[in-house]
Design a protein around this ligand. Sequence first.
Ligand code: XMP
Length: 520
Amino acid sequence: MLLENSLKKILIIDFGSQFTQLIARKVRELGVYCEIISHHKSNNIKLIDKNVSGLILSGGPLNVYQSKKVKFNKNLLNSNIPVLGICFGHQIISKELGGKVKQSKSREFGLAKVKKVKESILTKDFFTKNENNVWMSHADEVTRLPKDFKVIGKTNNAKLCIVENTKKKLFGIQFHPEVTHTNRGKIILRNFVFKICKIKRNWSSRDQKLKLIDQVKTQVGNSKVICALSGGVDSSVVAKLLSNAIGNRLTCIFVNTGLLRKDEEKQVVHTFKKRFKINLVYVNAEKQFLNKLKNISDPEKKRKIIGNLFIKIFENYAKKIKNVQFLAQGTLYPDLIESKSVTGSQTSKIKSHHNVGGLPKKMNLKLVEPLKYLFKDEVRKLGLELGLNKEIISRHPFPGPGLAIRMPGTITKEKIKILKEADHIFIDGLKKNNLYHKIWQAYAALLPVKTVGVMGDNRTYEYLCLLRAITSEDGMTADFFKFEKSFLQNISNQIVNNIRGINRVVYDVTSKPPSTIELE
Ligand code: XMP
């Protein structure tokens, strides 16, 4: 039932909060293994085995009295395992044990001040001068506590904000300790995990690496594996891990679509073939992609053409490798959770298409997904542990359709060449000015408009280049990066002076929403 059964763990029961994954990340950052399961599955009492050292009940959009929608096994509260309820989780503990939950008179969204009422092991080192700023997001609140519960902290609107029943090791908090806006929220999680659940650190990159290599060896046996390598973080880490586990029984296929960043194909081939000695089939399909994309300007058509052609090429080459039984791909934990989330999101399906273009069904290959219990930051740490250099590990995300969606309108060889150079100048400028790692994603785009300029007494009529740089946590929302004027001026000069074909540079100052990160 649970994913991993040899490690002590914290089990997070998900009631659909947008922050559930953050709780898991924070627990793992503490060096402790944890898993998320949907509340629908909490009825399975087998969940509680000797390896579950504590339960965290997440927040969620439901009301605790919506009994048809809320599935929660009340027995979990009497299983002698410590429980921390967060927001909705706090409310459901109270409701199940005889307390009361009501709609708050005034809903609380955003910052609130919580004041200490009494000492508790849960809040040790959390308060300064008996108070702390916390992040609230709730419409309901606990209005009456169950028997034997005591109040640890209160806010103006939530009098029963932090509560405990020390005998039963049950704790509830109305605010969200997992979000960065809650001051020292991690201390609450740390106290719960180490002082209350008494679990020991069991989750480091090194342990993880050895364990994953072992798992891959067991799963794959003596078979051969193929892997679509894009040079991005996830597929690079998968390739290196597989190579460590099964050596030359792994073959990576790298398709150069011609829509990659400047010299990207050279870097990937150098790193994986020359440096790591990994079997790598390099497919130069630039011409094929360019032909298929000729005169196409509709963004969706571009994506479909690129995706389909990629699959076709990958399949052709994969067939040439005999006796392959497995396909490795870089599915991450958020993909896995999202596909099973309470909201029924299908995100993982979309992502796996990005990864390998829906290959598994067609090719009848079994999947190897060694990263499927990991978050992105864990994958990065694992990559470093495997010896991948920082340059690969901390690269900005790059979309599957590549430069095609950074070039609204039709795609030509000339435009690709211009765009590659402009992007290179911009990214190089970021690196030289120590800005690259402060930015979540940055790129240059070529707009399908020509404007008039003047250079050396001559009129020019050339393309418009757009620069985009954003900060973000996960790519779902984003803000534009605030550069110094001099930096933009310098990049603009370099681009216009060095690239024939661009005579004007603009900087995109929209956030997401309302814009998206990419242009198409
Ligand atoms: P948007 O433009 O939707 O992008 O705000 C969010 C993040 O997703 C990346 N992206 C893609 N990645 N295939 C991918 O592998 C795609 O088709 C694709 N479209 C957007 C984008 O670069 C950003 O990081």
